[in-house]
Design a protein around this ligand. Structure first.
Ligand code: FUL
Ligand code: CA
Length: 486
């Protein structure tokens, strides 16, 4: 009788340890390669600079004379260096805003840069930005507004062909793009070839987005993450304050949330903020916010830029909640970023670099309550790689990690990352600190995802912390960070 039981036990053990060596199964919706690349970008910029800048407006009506557009000192290098100093890893240029003026010599409309005095009508601003980005090692993307207040055909089927031809030009002339940004603002009054009237469109059908994205964007720019209110790759966060929900799910069911057909301009902004717990699609949020009060430059807003600390706070509330931060930059009529903006970007970049330079987790000892197997050891959370991870076996969905530092250190920022290649799974993380021989609750968060930055109300001095994590599947934590904000 003894013998068969031993065999059964042995086989059981063998199966179990085999299970521990294979990676955990993916959980729920997963990011595509282009979405992973987008997550890694973290902070990028959005540039608004058209005749609207020279009119000192936020929305050009579409009737500005192209001769207005003459930024004498324009230097894409100045703008891109400032962005780079700010730690931005990419830039999206508004190649056409709602006013319809194209910053490149398009064949689709007369209303473009070749009709301006800038560079004697021979200039191509999209190209100058693109080349400056490539030279500085920044990714480049475009925003081409679907709403066009200049175009006489806007509202009619002909306009869709024009818009698609504009996208084709942008997609084929300027190298690989990391994003194609599509705005939700649509229809209303405008110049419309001199008619000066109100044109309403039914945004659930007029743009036929699915065919544009599937047949044009995907084919010509397969790595461009498509942004709109509802995705398909990146969703709008539902506000222009730069803040993701404290509970941010990268997963999202746009159809269910709108209650009707999901198209850009027709989205439940509350739900886009939080996303959908265990949602069907991977569509993380982008938090867009201008550095100044407006998206365009206005001289009366000099001095009203967000401060370095405000931008850092937004960084914690966007990138630090698993979303990305898209910071609006607005050159003035001279074609340069204002010195205040340049200074704030530089200080913000320095603050982020200095803060993350020293990760106190590096020399620490990590003691997890459980580990899936050797390949999923706790040290994988200390190697600076967002995809190597510690994991638990299939049945262990709650575990603790104790952190022991070699000596007491001061810190006020804690970072956690999941290996999102396997999905977003954590539904709760509690952090405790050892004090006078006992554990005291410090802070809790409801989600992690690509990145979670937890700022403590006050700095703590400690050498022992403990993190308790819970998920509906084995845990896959790829990084822990302990920092002191500089
Ligand atoms: C909005 C637009 O209406 C604003 O003018 C700006 O371009 C912003 C980024 O998107 O929807
Ligand atoms: Ca790692």
């Amino acid at each position: 009788m003894q013998f068969p039981i031993l065999i059964i036990l042995f086989v059981f053990h063998a199966i179990n340890s085999l299970d521990n060596h294979k990676p955990p199964s993916p959980f729920g919706a997963l990011p595509s390669a282009r979405q992973l690349a987008w997550h890694e970008t973290e902070v990028y910029g959005l540039i608004h600079f058209t005749p609207t800048t020279f009119e000192n407006k936020e929305w050009g009506f579409g009737d500005a004379d192209p001769s207005l557009f003459n930024p004498r000192d324009f230097d894409a290098g100045q703008i891109i260096s400032a962005a780079k100093a700010g730690g931005l890893k990419g830039l999206i240029l508004v190649a056409k805003h709602h006013d319809g003026f194209c910053l490149w010599p398009t064949k689709t409309t007369e209303y473009n840069i070749s009709k301006s005095p800038w560079r004697n009508g021979k200039g191509d601003m999209v190209r100058e930005f693109e080349q400056a980005c490539r030279k500085a090692g920044l990714k480049f993307g475009v925003y081409c507004s679907p709403w066009d207040r200049n175009n006489e055909y806007y509202g009619q089927p002909e306009y869709l062909d024009i818009y698609r031809a504009q996208l084709r030009e942008l997609y084929t002339e300027y190298g690989p793009l990391f994003m194609s940004w599509h705005d939700g603002a649509n229809g209303g009054d405008g110049y419309y070839g001199g008619k000066r009237e109100i044109r309403k469109i039914d945004n659930t059908v007029y743009y036929d987005w699915e065919n544009t994205w599937n047949n044009i964007t995907r084919k010509l720019q397969p790595m461009a993450a498509i942004f709109s209110d509802i995705g398909p790759d990146v969703r709008w966060v539902g506000n222009e304050k730069g803040i993701a929900a404290e509970k941010h799910w990268a997963t999202f069911n746009p159809e269910a949330e709108t209650g009707s057909i999901a198209v850009p301009g027709n989205v439940n902004t509350r739900m886009s903020n939080e996303g959908t717990h265990r949602g069907k699609y991977w569509i993380p949020a982008e938090c867009d916010v201008p550095l100044r009060p407006g998206w365009f430059y206005h001289p009366e807003q000099d001095g009203k830029e967000k401060s370095t600390d405000q931008v850092f706070d937004l960084y914690l509330k966007s990138v630090g909640r698993g979303a990305c931060l898209d910071l609006g930059l607005a050159p003035g009529p001279n074609g340069l970023l204002h010195e205040n903006d340049v200074r704030i970007l530089k200080q913000f970049g320095e603050k982020v670099r200095a803060t993350f330079e020293t990760n106190l987790i590096r020399g620490a000892t990590l003691i997890p309550s459980h580990t899936r197997g050797k390949a999923y050891a706790a040290k994988n959370m200390q190697d600076g790689d967002r995809y190597t991870y510690w994991s638990t076996s299939d049945k262990v969905q709650k575990a603790k990690i104790e952190i022991v530092l070699a000596e007491k250190k001061e810190l006020d920022l804690i970072q956690l990352r999941e290996n999102i290649k396997l999905g977003q799974r954590v539904e709760r993380a509690d952090i405790e600190i050892m004090e006078q021989g006992g554990w005291r609750a410090l802070v809790s968060v409801p989600t992690i995802g690509a990145n979670r930055l937890i700022r403590l109300d006050n700095p703590i001095i400690t050498d022992r912390l403990r993190i308790t994590l819970e998920a509906p599947a084995p845990l896959c934590i790829s990084e822990i960070g302990l920092y002191k904000i500089q």
